[in-house]
Design a protein. Structure first.
Length: 121
């Protein structure tokens, strides 16, 4: 029940923060991103069908995270990620702060709830 309340709150706050903003081109999310404060790295790209895809890994030990269900809606990239070593399942809501910074609001297992990523390329 507690997680449900957190998920609802997160979704409402994202919807409210993106209300009134101009539409963002999903292409702006494409690139190589490194997190501030953790060792996670992500690459966002478009596949052959022009759908956004994401790959995530830990830069310290090279562990690859399983990324499921990438979607782009309401100016937000959403993913479900699973970390095999910890068995953590998270729901990630990426929003662009500016052209070189992503904000990842995380709901689910683990300790992090908000992580910022800086564009590398």
């Amino acid at each position: 029940m507690k997680k449900l309340v957190v998920v609802i709150f997160a979704l409402l706050s994202f919807a409210m923060s993106s209300y009134g903003q101009q539409s963002i081109d999903p292409e702006n999310y494409c690139g190589y991103w490194k997190s501030d404060g953790t060792t996670e790295r992500i690459v966002v790209f478009k596949d052959a069908n022009e759908h956004l895809q994401s790959v995530a890994w830990d830069a310290m030990d090279g562990e690859v995270l399983n990324v499921y269900k990438p979607a782009f809606e309401n100016n937000m990239l959403t993913t479900t990620e699973f970390c095999p070593s910890t068995q953590y399942l998270t729901y990630n809501y990426y929003t662009l702060v500016n052209t070189n910074m992503l904000k990842d609001s995380i709901v689910g297992d683990g300790k992090a709830t908000l992580v910022y990523f800086t564009r590398v390329k």
